[in-house]
Ligand binder design. Structure first.
Ligand code: DX5
Ligand code: ZN
Length: 216
């Protein structure tokens, strides 16, 4: 399976959003990654459903919504209404994670669980068979353009081992500081999906940057 590439819209030029979405539509990007931040779970705000709800009108690419918010279960209906394929909730934000995962699936979306850099993959031992994807943060969430945390590579390998041992097909997605160099190492360690914000949108040629990530 070739590497799935999900550019993060958070790094787009918000004053030229239509232009940037058009670029993504013409690109080899597989999905569009949407970073929703609440200023509580993470020390930043991004955008909300007023914006994400409009995206379906301008793109057919699957949407991958990453909720960096407390109590994400309050917004399952809103995320479903955007037509999002994946709904990513943080392990650290959900004391009743099993219930939230079931609710996401009942609404017709694919449940994914996100881990902050300090959270070990072993906490997924029980929930793993219920998930379509695990998102490993390779920076502390809240901001784009941060430096990749190298120990994420071992974490990807440990998660891959858990998935293979149980004969599951759970996707491994990685988010934060992804570029060609870190992306290559991540794919070698077992990552299936690369989220990239600044690497794509700060590139002189974003279409080629996406193409290069796809080829990893
Ligand atoms: C971080 C977000 C990321 C971020 C990635 O809180 O979840 O998706 O926008 O940005 P880069 O690729 O610049 O690290
Ligand atoms: Zn993200």
């Amino acid at each position: 399976m070739s590497t799935i590439v999900a550019p993060s819209l958070f790094a787009a030029d918000f004053l030229n959003l239509e232009r940037d979405i058009d670029m993504l539509n013409r690109s080899e990007a597989d999905w569009i990654h949407l970073d929703v931040m609440d200023g509580v779970f993470v020390p930043n705000l991004s955008f909300g459903f007023a914006l994400t709800g409009l995206l379906r009108k301008v793109t057919q690419k699957p949407l991958d919504t990453h909720l960096m918010i407390v109590q994400p279960e309050k917004f399952i209906d809103e995320v479903a209404a955007t037509g999002s394929t994946f709904m990513n909730v943080h392990y650290e934000a959900c004391p009743h994670l099993h219930r939230v995962v079931q609710q996401i699936r009942q609404k017709g979306m694919k449940p994914a669980v996100t881990l902050n850099p300090h959270t070990p993959v072993c906490v997924l031992e029980e929930i793993l068979p219920e998930l379509d994807m695990v998102l490993l943060m390779s920076v502390n969430p809240g901001f784009g353009g941060q430096q990749f945390i190298e120990s994420s590579l071992e974490k990807v390998a440990r998660l891959k081992e858990m998935i293979v041992r149980r004969d599951l097909s759970t996707l491994i997605e990685v988010d934060g500081g992804v570029n060609l160099e870190t992306g290559k190492k991540l794919v070698e360690a077992g990552a299936n999906v690369l989220v990239a914000g600044s690497y794509v949108f700060n590139a002189d040629d974003p279409l080629r940057a996406i193409q290069a990530l796809k080829a990893l």
